[in-house]
Design a binder for this molecule. Structure first.
Ligand SMILES: CC(=O)[C@@H](O)[C@H](O)COP(=O)(O)O
Length: 272
């Protein structure tokens, strides 16, 4: 099947598969920083997401609050992708992942090993090492990485079946800082689910990621910190669906020079 025929048979409603689990929604949502648990729950519902990411640190912080938060997530019936947010060493990330597996009962882990304070960019050396350890131990790792292809190859060799390059620094809302790098990554890994994770600020950023052929988008701050998180969650869902629909529709080629969109033949008959 050639690329065009394949695209023609795809639909925006096609599920995306992460480690053998199919999900219809291509929006993964973070659960931190919402004005209230009720707004978080409503935003999750409005977004249509089927996967929420949860920090173990938040869970273990205050036992009681943790219990009610966990109950809220359970009641929503969404899948949990525990994350190692805030971990800065391989040991810390591996230990956090192990605790998360026990607490949440899932082999999934969003692996973050933060390497630098100003940008919160991943320590890619630690990330690869932690991914190798966790994959060997039966985890299904969703690594928060950069768009570096060499690092990405090493993550795949370490056992990762999903890659999550950043759009921009976490919480910055800058969108896609390096569309060229993200496009290269898509071309280099046609068969691996790719998720833009972090730095997305607006629905148009998420649509742009999908238009690059990405499989999904993970975001938190843009919804949690919006004036109206529920409405923003809905806007992101619509933008992701639109971007997906567009890439399937096979967009026109970009040109340097104009091409008349209304071709004219001969002379106008007016006045003759
Ligand atoms: C919640 C989470 O996992 C974040 O670390 C993630 O990377 C989202 O980043 P934004 O808050 O920039 O969307």
């Amino acid at each position: 099947m050639d690329a065009m025929t394949h695209k023609a048979t795809m639909s925006a409603a096609d599920p995306v598969t992460f480690y053998g689990t199919e999900v219809a929604s291509r929006l993964l949502l973070g659960t931190a920083q919402y004005p209230s648990p009720a707004i978080l729950a409503e935003a999750i519902r409005a977004s249509g997401t089927e996967i929420v990411t949860v920090s173990l640190r938040r869970e273990s912080g205050a036992a009681k609050a943790g219990q009610s938060f966990w109950q809220l997530i359970r009641d929503l019936g969404v899948k949990v992708l525990p994350n190692t947010a805030g971990c800065r060493t391989v040991k810390e990330a591996v230990t956090t992942a192990e605790m998360a597996r026990e607490l949440f009962g899932t082999p999934w882990v969003k692996l973050e090993v933060i390497g630098e304070d100003d940008t919160l960019q991943p320590d890619v050396f630690g990330l690869v090492e932690a991914a190798r350890i966790l994959s060997r131990d039966g985890f299904q790792v969703f690594p928060y990485t950069t768009e570096d292809l060499v690092v990405a190859e090493k993550l795949v060799s370490a056992g990762c079946e999903v890659l999550m390059p950043w759009g921009a620094p976490i919480g910055s809302g800058r969108g896609l800082n390096n569309p060229y790098g993200l496009r290269s990554m898509r071309a280099h890994f046609p068969g691996i689910p790719l998720v833009v994770d972090a730095g997305v600020g607006l629905p148009s950023h998420a649509a742009a990621a999908m238009e690059l052929g990405y499989d999904a988008v993970l975001l938190n701050t843009a919804v949690a910190k919006a004036g109206d998180p529920v409405r923003m969650a809905r806007a992101f869902a619509a933008a992701i669906a639109a971007g997906r629909e567009a890439v399937i529709a096979d967009p026109m080629e970009v040109r340097d020079m104009a091409a008349p969109s209304t071709p004219v033949m001969g002379r106008a008959l007016l006045g003759s």
